[in-house]
Design a binder for this molecule. Structure first.
Ligand code: F6P
Length: 316
């Protein structure tokens, strides 16, 4: 029997647990022995690797986070720790890895492959949806749904009080979460790092809207914009003349019960990852676009920065 391992690296997402469950079940179905590596690359270095069975994954499909932990490993950036990681894998006769993570995690993996030849397939997993080459990353749908529920709740109180709410989403340098949330929540203002903005250009229109009876404003801002959310709220108070509050959604966006879409995508991504490894694909990332699933080389995925589809802005 061939051995195969799975690990999660970087920010966790809802959808990792369904992926882990399917990894175990599908590996066994394909005649492989599945292993868990705990706490990302840290677990590879510390030999925190165990054989997995059906029992380990029962009752986790509905849970956010990751049963096997995740980490951002600084040590894995150093060759001496990657050498230890390889020795640990060799001792267990593991030569195939499925890695759930973002492009930073894949970059580390690429170096590992070039040095030591451990065959891997990356599954794009980040709520930021900022991996070049794939239109979808695991966890995004759940995060968007959490944001939607939060905005809907905030709208209730915003409209009761005649207030502007500045709601900050995660996404690092990528405005995807903020943009999609703003479109689908009918927000009055959306600010994202990819698009330069001038608050002054909104002033006349917003004041006019208040005169015509508007009671509240919803502004969705991405964490990566040049100003902090409190400055936007201050602008509403001082320049638009409406009381304002800030709501930073923070890490609630990373947790929660995975949506049906993320559960299904987790199963599909993992099936393709394991199939790819068994077919001999050695350093690939399984990407998803309108035309379906496609294996891309790690170079292709990491060579460019993800570009947001700015046509989406037309829907604002
Ligand atoms: O990459 C996912 C993400 O949630 C980003 O949106 C955010 O900027 C970052 O991780 C937060 O990282 P941490 O959990 O280490 O605070």
């Amino acid at each position: 029997m061939k051995n195969i391992a799975i690990l999660c690296s970087g920010g966790d997402v809802s959808g990792m647990n369904p992926a882990i469950k399917h990894f175990v079940e599908y590996s066994l179905k394909r005649g492989l022995t599945p292993y868990f590596v705990y706490d990302g690359y840290e677990g590879l270095i510390d030999n925190n690797i165990t054989k997995a069975s059906y029992k380990d994954v029962s009752g986790i499909i509905n849970r956010g986070g990751t049963q096997i932990g995740s980490a951002r490993s600084k040590r894995f950036m150093q060759p001496e720790f990657r050498k230890i990681a390889k020795e640990n894998l060799d001792a267990l006769n593991i030569h195939m890895l499925v890695v759930l993570g973002g492009d930073g995690s894949f970059r580390g993996l690429d170096i590992f492959y070039k040095e030591h030849g451990v065959q891997f397939c990356g599954v794009p997993s980040t709520i930021d949806n900022d991996i070049n080459g794939t239109h979808y990353c695991l966890g995004v749908d759940t995060a968007l749904n959490i944001i939607k529920t939060s905005i809907d709740a905030i709208r209730d109180t915003a409209s009761s009080f005649k207030r502007a709410f500045v709601i900050e989403t995660m996404g690092r340098d990528c405005g995807y979460l903020a943009l999609i949330s703003a479109i689908t929540s009918g927000a009055e203002l959306c600010l994202i790092p990819e698009i330069a903005y001038d608050l002054q250009s909104y002033e006349e229109n917003f004041k006019e809207q208040i005169k015509n009876g508007r009671r509240y404003f919803i502004a969705i801002v991405s964490e990566g914009i040049k100003q902090d959310s409190q400055e936007i709220a201050d602008w509403f108070e001082e320049n638009i003349g409406i009381e304002s509050r800030v709501s930073v959604l923070g890490h609630i966006q990373r947790g929660g019960n995975p949506t049906i879409y993320d559960r299904l995508m987790a199963y599909k991504f993992v099936t393709y990852a394991i199939n790819g490894l068994l077919e001999g694909k050695d350093e690939s990332v399984i990407c998803y676009s309108k035309s379906g699933f496609e294996y891309k080389s790690i170079e292709e995925v990491t060579a460019h920065k993800y570009k947001l589809d700015l046509e989406l802005v037309n829907f604002l």
